[in-house]
Structures are given as structure tokens and as C-alpha cells.
Design a protein around this ligand. Structure first.
Ligand code: ASP
Length: 328
């Protein structure tokens, strides 16, 4: 009997603590941190910083970005999976949430059960880009150059399990060539090396490549979507399918997540703030300028986003397995 009473007191205390937490969210003077699992200055970081700015007003809090880069996003994602579930630590990650479990064997967290899904942010195409000194000027010339330089080509990426890893693996598979992959903590440092000619090629989101393509700092060879892009600097780029890579299609999306156990009222507050941020004209303008398409459909709802991630896992896992493109 005594044991039962103690349990009941404990349960009441936990409940009280949780509801106080929900009512008080955001906690006064405590910033909300969006963890970005890639380096500062890269495409995921870019989305997170624009979103952090847009979220400030609807959340009534300071929103900061923490770059916890490395291991193709698993370090930062794991940090959030293990963080205090009070709504003050969030994760912004991309398609890696769906592809990493198949691409990488030993992921230290469970994508489906270690997070609360808050909603999706945007869809972002990728581009195949090369160092400025590459002699090729279009995809046909690029494939000829690749064929002539077999065994000597370096392909940058943001580590195993990243979007650039996935796209690079699919590209090598489609072209039937092996390249030496050079992993970075994000495609921001990889871009620096591509511009400097230390690596030859990369596949990366338009949120990182648009201004470099526009400024002619890198060469662009194609987009990974099935349609041409609207962004002025990218609208003439052929799709990889048009260039002969049958069925090649990768679109990167970004979503927002909280640690499992974050109280439902807190999640609802963040989701409402996310929805108003996605309607913020300034956020939309910035994202569209970088080739990203801000989500306007039901995938902004937590349950719908979770369903969408599950369909992405189901979509990518056989493709990755059939291509035999795992990493240990
Ligand atoms: N674009 C990177 C990737 O390949 C991530 C980043 O640096 O933001 O996943």
C-alpha cells in the first residue's frame, strides 16, 4: 500500500512538472537551439538559419543554431535524440533521416522512435557541380572526361549517410564508375575545396550551390529533379534524366524534430510557429532564391511528416540496397 502511495505521489509530481513545462514554454530567457548536424555555412545550415530567424517572432524566444557536425549527420542527430525533451533543443535534418538507416549500418539512434516529428520545411533539388578548371562544359563532356580519368577522380561529400553521399553513390552507379569519395563535415568545407580544385566533383543542394554557380566559381552539369528549376541562375541546367541517366531523381527535404518525450503542448506550440514561419514572405523569398520550395502541403503536420518519412524509407531502402551502396 505504502509503495503504491509513493508511486502515486511520484506520478503526480512528474505530471505537474510536465504541465508546468508546457505552460511555461518557451522558458523565460532560455534560447531555443536548432541543432544542425552539418558544418556552418552549408545548405542545411542555411535553411536552419533562415528558419531560426522566422521562428523567433511566433515562438517569442531567441532561436539559435548549433552546428554539431560529423559522421554524415549522426553526431548532431544523436545529440538531439539524447537531449532534455523540453522543446529547447530541436534538430533540423534532411533526407538523411530516411536514407541513413539503410546507407549506414551502425546508427546510434532510431529515426522512427527516438524523435518527435514536428513537420517538414522544404524540398530542395541537388546539382552536379565540378571544379572551375574542369575541361568539361556540359554533362556529355563531363561523362567523356570521367571515362578518360577513371581511377583519378575525387568526389566530395558530407560524410556517409549525407545527401551528397547518397547522390554521389547514385551518380557513380548510374555512370558505372568508381570515384574516390572525400568526406567532409558538411558541404560548406567541401565547396571551398571544390572551388580551390582540391576535389573534382560534388553533388549538393541548390541552397549551397546557386550563388557559386551564378558567380561562376564552380561548373554546373545538371539538376537531380525531373523538371527544370525556376531560379534564374539554374533554369537552363538540364535534368540528369535529359542527359541520359534514366530514372535519376533525388530531391532533398528538410524536417524539424524534437527529442522523444517532449510534451505534446510544447510540440503543438512549435508546430504552430513552424506553420507561420513557412508562410513568412521573407522566409519564402530567401528560400526560393536558393532554389528551395517551401512546404505548403499537409507534410507540415507532424503525423503527415512522419508518414512521409516512412514512405521515403520504403522508397529509398530498396534503391540503396539494389545499388549495393552501403557504408559501414
Ligand atoms: N549538403 C550536405 C549533405 O550532403 C549537408 C550540409 O553540409 O548541410 O548532406
Amino acid at each position: 500500500m505504502k509503495k503504491l502511495t509513493t508511486l502515486a505521489v511520484l506520478a503526480t509530481a512528474v505530471l505537474a512538472a510536465t504541465s508546468v513545462l508546457a505552460a511555461d514554454f518557451p522558458i523565460k530567457d532560455k534560447p531555443i537551439t536548432i541543432v544542425v548536424p552539418f558544418s556552418a555555412g552549408g545548405p542545411t545550415d542555411r535553411v536552419a538559419r533562415d528558419l531560426a530567424e522566422a521562428l523567433r517572432k511566433p515562438l517569442g524566444a531567441i532561436v539559435v543554431v548549433d552546428n554539431a557536425a560529423g559522421a554524415g549527420s549522426s553526431i548532431g542527430s544523436n545529440k538531439v535524440a539524447k537531449a532534455t525533451p523540453d522543446g529547447h533543443t530541436l534538430l533540423l535534418n534532411h533526407i538523411g533521416m530516411a536514407t541513413m538507416p539503410t546507407l549506414v549500418r551502425n546508427v546510434p539512434f532510431k529515426v522512427e522512435s527516438d524523435f518527435e516529428y514536428l513537420g517538414m520545411v522544404n524540398d530542395v533539388p541537388m546539382t552536379v557541380i565540378g571544379k572551375p578548371s574542369l575541361p568539361a562544359n556540359n554533362f556529355k563532356e563531363l561523362t567523356a572526361w570521367i571515362a578518360q580519368n577513371k581511377g583519378k577522380i575525387n568526389l566530395g561529400n558530407a560524410g556517409v549517410g549525407s545527401a551528397s553521399h547518397l547522390c554521389g553513390l547514385l551518380l557513380q552507379n548510374a555512370l558505372q564508375v568508381d570515384m574516390t569519395t572525400v568526406p567532409y563535415k558538411g558541404t560548406a568545407p567541401a565547396m571551398t575545396d571544390l572551388i580551390g580544385g582540391q576535389i573534382d566533383l560534388m553533388c549538393d543542394q541548390t541552397t549551397n550551390t546557386t550563388s557559386q554557380i551564378e558567380g561562376k566559381k564552380v561548373k554546373a552539369f545538371g539538376v537531380t529533379t525531373t523538371k527544370h528549376l525556376k531560379t534564374p541562375a539554374l533554369k537552363d541546367l538540364p535534368t540528369l534524366q535529359e542527359s541520359g541517366l534514366k530514372g535519376f531523381e533525388v530531391t532533398i527535404w528538410h524536417g524539424l524534430y524534437a527529442p522523444k518525450g517532449t510534451p505534446p503542448d510544447v510540440l503543438a506550440k512549435i508546430n504552430n510557429a513552424l506553420k507561420s514561419s513557412l508562410k513568412d514572405p521573407e522566409f519564402i523569398r530567401k528560400q526560393e532564391g536558393l532554389g528551395a520550395i517551401v512546404v505548403t502541403d499537409k507534410r507540415v503536420e507532424p503525423a503527415e511528416h512522419k508518414k512521409f518519412v516512412a514512405t521515403e524509407i520504403a522508397k529509398w531502402s530498396p534503391i540503396i540496397k539494389a545499388a549495393g551502396v552501403y557504408a559501414d
